[in-house]
Design a protein around this ligand. Structure first.
Ligand code: PRX
Length: 637
């Protein structure tokens, strides 16, 4: 397997980019041809952004796991596919070769089959970062079952919402998981969630921590027991289900500006082609590289650049169970040193946090194997970029700042490592096949350079969101209705004098806290669940490490004896309803919120106060009660 489509120079990038705009279908067809298909497509692309109705490689038949596993067996059966580093550095790491991974995926796919799973079923996966998580994901794909991975930090309530929305029939989980010095009781959380999920008839539980769990007769089975059954049946092979190009591969829930997370749907062929193409080009993957993406598979970054992108390219992907600061803040650098990592892909929030611990944790670690560094998930500030470049990359590794979203499936705007120019804090240029534009409030295109506006994409790429599960209208309204004829990202961006993009952040009511996306409405709903809360308004404010912190203004009914206790109770409520990632950093009790006469909260004012800018609050004359602003200003926490 060679990467005929890997771009090696700036000139080539420019030529390929031109070609991808002039003849997108010819361009993507050329790349798609290098994959393994049961049947090739009748038509490369059919699209309409009003529906939206987008179809790539129609008529083609494939299974993504044959491209991630089977097709590598002839040449690299004994090459590591997954290297896994456990939470505790004293524990043994694990290596799964392509042959072993193939075997285990087939074996577990047979377990799923034995438990009644068939094509099209929705399977919820709630697991720690162990190889079995990747195996579970791939086993679903092997059978054509639709996986919906839920990040291990979400609460029972959030899981239940997601399971109900997708009507999942089976859950794959573990007894518990390790994160730093904590043990997370995953199965207990699932038990709480399932009280409200009658669609789930089977739970498969992997042994990880051996913490006490309740196993319900007739519903819960152990992963290991089910594997034994397959072993006694003798035949571990599991032929891959032949899928249509546009069959759903997975659902992944993400937050928007409304209270309820939406299930982003990705389909088989386009997602496969795009994640592979962007992996090979952005990171300039070379045979023998060890690729370490520090994300969790519960997020899109893990789906695309731990599992599907690297494996479809026949790369070695490194999975890490723990956290960057345990046993100490040198853990990432230990992992790099231990395995001789070549590509490190992480989030600005991790870089900022590790930067804060100082260089002592970097000293003495051999980082000479690193060739390429990457960041994702939120804007990276220049200081963090330079620290990463100088102290981790020792000034010799290109840094790719990759901009993309759950909805885009893969990287849309990024420099290509060492091939196209990098610029600190800039995602820079679109990948071939990606056509970004900036528009003003009215949707008029903003031409030229040194401009800013709302970021839209005017032409489909193969892994664009197809729908939001069970509610196509929501997909249309959210992404395709704001500016008719365009996909709207929800992000604002600048375009510099050379045409490089710099993403400035969300322009809607979505926060990005430590690279995690959370809607303000979702947090408000959770806060409002607390008995004493009358109303609340949540905004983001700049936070040194998290990028954005969560600031909540709360109207509280009962005369609280102890404000700090009430704060703790509210925080606990949010952790219960959504999960610890959504806990407010600051809570200010107020007697009223700045509302217009029509009842709309003027968040602009609240944002400014949270940012500490209490001087230029703009026009407050349209407020129902302007005096409330003074009170809020004076009570800032
Ligand atoms: O605001 C952008 C920010 O993260 C949002 C997407 O979040 P999510 O769907 O969770 O996916 C994160 C991982 C791809 C975007 O709308 N974002 C992502 N990457 C960058 C970024 N902001 C600035 N620079 C980036 N490189």
């Amino acid at each position: 397997m060679s990467y005929s489509y890997q771009i090696r120079s700036l000139e080539q990038y420019q030529a390929v980019y031109q070609q991808s705009v002039q003849d997108p279908e010819g361009f993507w067809e050329g790349i798609a041809k290098t994959f393994q298909w049961h049947k090739k497509w009748d038509k490369v692309l059919d699209w309409d952004f009003t529906g939206p109705d987008i179809k790539w490689f129609q008529g083609a038949k494939l299974n993504i796991t044959e491209n991630c596993l089977d097709r590598h067996l002839a040449e690299r059966a004994n090459q590591p596919a997954i290297i896994w580093e456990p939470n505790d550095p004293e524990d043994h790491y694990r290596v799964l070769t392509y042959k072993e991974l193939h075997f285990k995926v087939c074996q577990f796919a047979n377990v799923l089959k034995n438990n009644g799973v068939k094509k099209g079923d929705r399977i919820c996966i709630y697991m720690p970062m162990v190889p079995e998580l990747a195996i579970a994901v791939l086993a679903c794909a092997r059978l054509g079952a639709i996986h919906s991975v839920v990040f291990g930090g979400f609460s029972a309530q959030s899981i239940a919402d997601r399971i109900q929305d997708a009507q999942c029939s089976l859950v794959i989980t573990a007894d518990g998981g390790y994160r730093g010095n904590k043990e997370i009781p995953l199965k207990n959380v699932i038990d709480d969630a399932l009280v409200r999920c009658p669609s789930v008839t089977r739970v498969i539980v992997l042994t990880r921590t051996r913490m006490a769990v309740s196993m319900i007769k007739g519903r819960d089975v152990w992963w290991e027991d089910e594997i034994k059954k397959i072993e006694t049946q003798g035949n571990p092979d599991c032929p891959a289900e032949v899928m249509d190009a546009e069959d759903t591969l997975f659902i992944l829930y993400t937050s928007g500006s409304t209270g309820k997370p939406k299930g982003v749907v990705h389909t088989c062929a386009g997602y496969m082609v795009f994640t592979n193409y962007t992996f090979v080009n952005t990171f300039q993957y070379q045979r023998g590289d060890l690729h370490f993406c520090t994300a969790d598979i519960g997020w899109i970054t893990g789906h695309s650049y731990i599992v599907y992108g690297p494996l479809s390219a026949g790369a070695t992907t490194v999975m890490f169970e723990g956290i960057p600061t345990w046993p100490d803040a040198g853990r990432f650098w230990d992992v790099v040193d231990k395995f001789k990592i070549s590509i490190l892909y992480t989030a600005p929030t991790a870089i900022r946090s590790l930067m804060g611990f100082g260089l002592d944790y970097v000293k003495g670690k051999d980082l000479g194997s690193l060739r390429i560094l990457g960041t994702v998930g939120e804007p990276i500030n220049e200081e963090a970029w330079h620290w990463y470049h100088e102290h981790i990359g020792k000034g010799r590794c290109p840094v790719v700042d990759t901009w993309w979203q759950t909805e885009t499936g893969g990287i849309l705007i990024s420099n290509l490592a060492g091939v196209t120019p990098q610029k600190p804090a800039h995602a820079t240029l679109p990948l071939p096949g990606v056509q970004p534009i900036l528009v003003d409030e009215k949707g008029e295109e903003i031409h030229g350079n040194s401009v800013s506006g709302n970021l839209c994409i005017r032409f489909p790429w193969p892994s664009i969101i197809r729908t939001t599960y069970g509610d196509h209208e929501r997909c249309r309204v959210n992404y395709f209705a704001t500016y008719p004829g365009l996909y709207f990202t929800g992000d604002g961006a600048l375009r510099d004098q050379d045409g490089n993009y710099r993403i400035t952040g969300r322009v809607d009511d979505v926060l990005n806290v430590s690279g995690h996306r959370i809607g303000t409405a979702e947090i408000e709903n959770a806060i409002n669940m607390h008995t004493g809360v009358v109303e609340s308004a949540v905004v983001g404010y700049p936070h040194d490490i998290k990028g954005q912190g969560i600031y909540a203004y709360v109207i509280f009914s009962s005369s609280h004896v102890d404000e700090n206790l009430s704060r703790r109770d509210i925080i606990q409520t949010v952790a219960r309803i959504i999960g610890p990632i959504a806990k407010p950093d600051k809570i200010q009790f107020v007697s009223g919120l700045p509302k217009t006469r029509s009842g709309k909260i003027m968040r602009r004012i609240l944002r400014k106060i949270a940012e500490g800018e209490t001087q230029n609050l703009g026009d407050t004359s349209t407020l129902l009660d302007p005096s409330v602003v003074e009170e809020i200003k004076n009570g800032k926490v």
